[in-house]
Design a protein around this ligand. Sequence first.
Ligand code: NAP
Length: 247
Amino acid sequence: MNDFRNKIAIVTGSARGIGFTIAKYFAQRGATSLIIDLHQKDIDSAVQKIDDAGLKAIGYPADVTDNKAIKNVFRDIYKDFGSIDILVNNAGITKDGLLMKMKESDWEAVINVNLKGAFNCIQAVSRYMLKQKTGVILNIASVIGIMGNAGQANYAASKGGLIALTKSAAREFASRKIRVNAIAPGFIQTEMTQKLSPEVVENYAKAIPLARMGTPADVANLCLFLASTEANYITGQTINVDGGLII
Ligand code: NAP
């Protein structure tokens, strides 16, 4: 299991956080990990870290919300490598606020990155995966997309939409042996959740049966499984990595 030698794995938003760990884990199992993120400096430092471990990673600066730029990057990647085996749509942002007071721009920004960004990448990769008649697409959703959350209407809608997008893409691409699944992490320790106060973190931990926050490795391990041939009969699913938060 988990042998990704000669595989090309694209991970969006992977200069840091969960995405970086996913890219590193694929590289540790022999893949060439392609890091798509916003800023060249962050990308260079992520690539360097993977490189220092004797593993393969290459960076591509791009904004997932830019349909044309993403199409161009995927075209370049396919030209450079001749195949794209795995796409992980991980890039995501939050702009929290109560629904009544939420700025239209905060609604749009979150939907644009978390949902339209995944659409852009799926559309861009689909032409190559359909031609190859093989491929794996993983969408990093969130438990918030399943259960909702006060103060996160935009985020919840984007992740709920991503889960629905996963199901439709899985149905559309199944005949070409392309599998599409979503992963719904609970509360994972990253810069995104570092902003939370210790009291909030403690309260969350109390609500989690396994009584701890998750780690990026918890999410990356599921990515490895879902992208492996052992998961060949799994498509259109959303699998929670949340310590039992939703049972
Ligand atoms: P993170 O630490 O904030 O990292 C997100 C990465 O995405 C950053 O490198 C960011 O770049 C990049 N990014 C943002 N907008 C982008 C764009 N338009 N195009 C390309 N890259 C972009 O977040 P994380 O906590 O690792 O979360 C990763 C994913 O897991 C997200 O989809 C998130 O919603 C999901 N998730 C996280 C948790 C959690 O508890 N952490 C729970 C459930 C789901 P910049 O740094 O330059 O902005």
